[in-house]
Design a protein around this ligand. Sequence first.
Ligand SMILES: Nc1ncnc2c1ncn2[C@@H]1O[C@H](COP(=O)(O)OP(=O)(O)OP(=O)(O)O)[C@@H](O)[C@H]1O
Length: 452
Amino acid sequence: MAVNSYDQIWQETLDAVHARHFFSEDTFNDWVRKTTLFKIENNEAYVAYRSMITKNIIAQPEAHTLFESTLSKVWGDAVSIRFIDYHDMEKLMPEEIVKQRTSEMIQSHFDPHYTFESFVEGKSNQEAYAACMSCCTQARHLYNPIMLYGNSGLGKTHLLHAIGNYLQKEKPEVKVFYAYSGDLVSILLDAMKTKSVHGNTVEMVQSQLIDNDYFLIDDIQNLTQSSSQEVFFKVYNALIAKNAQIVITSDMHPNQLSGLQSRLVSRFAQGLIVNIQKPEFDTARAILQMKLKGYEESHDVTDEVIDFLAHKFSDDVRKLEGSLNKLIFSATIENPDVIDIDFARKILDDEIIQSKPDHLSPNKIKKEVSKFYGLSYAAIEGKSRLRKLVTARHMIVYLTREILGSSWTAIGQELGNRDHSTIKSSYERGRRLMETDEAFRMACEKIRSQLE
Ligand SMILES: Nc1ncnc2c1ncn2[C@@H]1O[C@H](COP(=O)(O)OP(=O)(O)OP(=O)(O)O)[C@@H](O)[C@H]1O
């Protein structure tokens, strides 16, 4: 019988005992729950307790009888129970103890908020979303491993948890393992330490890791410890051989993963490598709108604020969320009629200053763009619609908004007092050109690098 099944049986037994209200709520949660069923052999069940208080509670004759009758029902056959001190159990059945510990070590927990439904899809992340979703729904794993890479805060962990949550709900029979790579290293190092005392723990952990249908590892770049990489390599190969799906995340492309053995990196390249980029404006906006749900009644946030946050903090969705949270929190204290751009600027001043390159100003951007296109300020600020002038204006608006997050009005002033809506549509035009016009995009990169 697998260790996990004993856990399940004992869990059911405890729940049934709990339902009888034999123990007070506190006694049950503080003492009775802290027991473990290790084994049932020859109709004898071995249950361990960790403190004498627990023992005194569970071994009273009436309680003992209740446990035995309940466990017999759950087990499907009459059993008698031997309550044993955990440390004695360790001597009696070291192997079971080790199995128990390793199964505790590798249990996976998924954040219930990180689901596919709560993930906003956009051009920047749609491939990653589709790859993760399809590995859950398709019977055959077409891409193995799937590797998601991208900067911090762009939703990689969210997608791994979304896979876990989806599978737990839709396919509960499937076994899913998730770990942050640093935790996986600790699990493996712990196993290596206990090896000499209780048999080969590493092998046990290894076989429990392989006994999964989905294997999700977050931030693989931190798996730098070499003996852990050895074990990981074996586990990885065995999982691929049995067609278990592997999904890995990293903050960089596998080719740049310097701390990992090249044989591992080359294996990652055999699957599907997908880049997650920073959310484009519309996606950042949609993320904010979604995070705002539930607050609409109590807080009126203007569209301009949403646009402002989406421009300013889209490099990292964590910062995007954080800025919105800070606004909502401050609004709860200061109680403004509406969360408008002035309120947002006042509250987020520190964040804006931190993320704004301090050597830059709208004027410096105008200067660099004018130089690049060989145009005078007067021509740029004037009314002529010559193509080169129009392009330069789009470039100034686009860069000033992207880099500095300046308001439409401030940018308009820099461009000969053009109005708010002209600047806004010029920015939209600039954004489209970035996607469709290679020359514009390359010019933008060149100017940006000059500015930096
Ligand atoms: N497209 C999205 N839709 C909704 N929420 C998102 C999206 N992308 C990121 N988030 C949210 O942003 C936060 C940071 O995301 P996450 O932790 O998944 O980033 P990450 O890429 O794993 O970063 P790191 O490499 O630092 O671990 C989370 O709260 C997540 O829910």
